[in-house]
Ligand binder design. Structure first.
Ligand SMILES: [Zn+2]
Length: 182
């Protein structure tokens, strides 16, 4: 799986998203909550690292298993949307899309990473799925002292983060131009 740098950097797309029509009705405070919620949802599936440490015997908490499934993403979205609705009066369906969407992006990114893949279709299908053409080099959690490998991860993921930043800004600008001309 990529490190939290790549996962979290998908948030940078919000530079453009904030100007889209779906989010136009939110005030500054609500928008800030949505952005932090996105970041949280983008890195949350890797909580299985902590779960495994707390309950070492439970097979379902192995990294890349149950917590990395689309079914869990959909259920998580309900809790996410419910909480944001109750506390910050944010629209339920839109927040379900945000929570489930960001969680799903994490799973897809892990599938696009070198390695064993993840159990994306649990509980329907229990095999791990990985793309034959990986996009990410991935973090080497099991080899903390392999500095050279971590440098590859760091450099490639900072490049990815830069791309996210640029794309977010590009769409943001496009929206502004659109608004000015239209
Ligand atoms: Zn992951």
């Amino acid at each position: 799986m990529p490190s939290p740098i790549a996962h979290g950097s998908v948030c940078l797309l919000t530079r453009g998203l904030g100007k889209s029509r779906a989010f136009a009705g939110l005030d500054a405070g609500q928008w800030r909550v949505v952005k932090w919620g996105m970041l949280f949802s983008l890195v949350l599936p890797d909580v299985d690292f902590a779960l495994r440490a707390m309950w070492p015997g439970v097979a379902a908490f192995e990294h890349g298993m149950v917590m990395h499934s689309f079914a869990v993403a959909a259920v998580y979205g309900l809790f996410f949307a419910g909480l944001l609705r109750m506390v910050w009066r944010l629209p339920l369906l839109l927040m379900w899309c945000v929570g489930t969407g960001c969680y799903t992006v994490h799973i897809v990114m892990d599938m696009l990473t070198r390695g064993r893949g993840v159990m994306a279709f649990w509980p329907v299908f229990e095999g791990r799925i990985a793309s034959p053409m990986p996009l990410f080099y991935g973090a080497n959690h099991s080899r903390p002292w392999a500095i050279g490998l971590h440098m590859i991860t760091l450099v490639t993921e900072l490049m990815f983060a830069g791309a996210m930043w640029w794309i977010g800004g590009y769409f943001g600008k496009k929206k502004v131009e659109h608004a000015l001309s239209g």
